[in-house]
Every structure is written in structure tokens, then in C-alpha cells.
Design a protein around this ligand. Structure first.
Ligand code: AMP
Length: 181
């Protein structure tokens, strides 16, 4: 199963992706986690990405897309994946489509996690990540609205809507049910 997870920052995509990954038996690939691992290890990629992440801005697409391409080429992603945090722009979505098409593949669906902005801010302020201060949160929500939200229309009929407010287990049940139907 090849899925993309969409939703604003703080929608709980990462938490849901980890649960879905276990149940569906495909890897959870989070570009944010990949960047944070690179920053932690002090790699050149991490050094390049850090200033953008700290400011709540998007890392340049060429850098991000190269990282995703090499992750998708790893053997565990051959049977499928849950992409969390990529694509974040229509340009990135087109790159992903081309990347998959080169191997005669396409996406099976795009889960869109729906949450109100109040819940999102509350969740981000409670998780205490380095880039979760109020100013950066505001920037990231703006980036989401301007650059990422248009993906909902872009993916059209492939979108599977998930109501993402409430308990983690409840949201997970909803996502699994939506995938089955
Ligand atoms: P996340 O963990 O998904 O909230 O991502 C944290 C940060 O990593 C974002 O605010 C961006 O700076 C960067 N990032 C993650 N995914 C992407 C992407 N697809 N394109 C550009 N930047 C990204």
C-alpha cells in the first residue's frame, strides 16, 4: 500500500502513521524525522536543512526530493510506504508522481487528517519540539495554508478524509475503516 498522509502541522500525522505502519506492514517515512536524524548526526544534509527547519520554512525542494528518492529506493519501501510530510507543495507532488511512474507505480490514496487550527496549536505547544515555539508555529501554519493545502484539490478523488480530533485510538480506527472502504 502506497499512501500519502496530509494535514496541517500538529494534526497527529506522525502518531497515526506509526500505528498504521505497524498494522499495514509498510514503513513510515517522515521527511521531518529524516531531517531531524540528519541534524542529530551532523551530516551535510542536516546542516543545510537546519536553518529552514528552525525558522519553520520549507527546506528547498531539490534537497528534500533527493532525500525522499533515496529513502524510497531502500528495500523496505518496495512493498509500500506511508509518506508523512512529503509532498508539501504541488511541485513536490509532481516530483513524487514522476518518481513512482518511473517504476510503473502510483499512489493508492491520500489520507487527509482534518483538524481545527485551535487543536493544532494546542498539540504543537504540548509536544515541546525545538521548532514548536509560537512564532515558528505561526510560520508553519502559514506555509501549510499557502503551499500544502492546495494539495487537497490537486489529489482530488484520491483524497480519503479522516476526522482527526479526539483520541489517538479512535482516530486510528477511523483511518483503518476509511482505508478498507
Ligand atoms: P514535520 O516534522 O513534518 O513537521 O517537519 C518539520 C520541518 O521539516 C518542516 O517545518 C520543514 O522545515 C521541514 N520539512 C519536512 N518535510 C518537508 C518537505 N516535504 N519539504 C520541505 N521541508 C520539509
Amino acid at each position: 500500500m502506497r499512501l500519502v498522509l496530509l494535514g496541517p502541522p500538529g494534526a497527529g500525522k506522525g502518531t497515526q502513521a506509526a500505528l498504521l505502519s505497524e498494522k499495514l506492514g509498510v514503513p513510515h517515512i517522515s521527511t521531518g524525522d529524516l531531517f531531524r536524524a540528519n541534524i542529530g548526526e551532523g551530516t551535510p544534509l542536516g546542516l543545510e536543512a537546519k536553518s529552514y527547519i528552525d525558522a519553520g520554512k520549507l527546506v528547498p525542494t531539490d534537497v528534500t526530493a533527493r532525500m525522499v528518492e533515496s529513502r524510497l529506493a531502500e528495500p523496505d519501501a518496495a512493498a509500500g510506504f506511508l509518506l508523512d510530510g512529503f509532498p508539501r507543495t504541488v511541485e513536490q507532488a509532481d516530483i513524487l508522481t514522476e518518481l513512482l511512474a518511473a517504476s510503473d507505480l502510483n499512489l493508492d490514496g491520500v489520507l487527509n487528517f482534518r483538524v481545527s487550527e485551535d487543536v493544532v496549536v494546542e498539540r504543537m505547544l504540548s509536544r515541546g519540539r525545538a521548532d514548536d515555539n509560537e512564532e515558528t508555529i505561526r510560520t508553519r501554519l502559514g506555509v501549510y495554508r499557502d503551499e500544502t493545502a492546495p494539495l487537497i484539490e490537486h489529489y482530488g478523488d484520491a483524497i480519503i478524509e479522516i476526522k482527526a480530533e479526539g483520541e489517538v485510538a479512535e482516530i486510528n480506527d477511523r483511518a483503518l475503516a476509511a482505508l478498507k472502504s
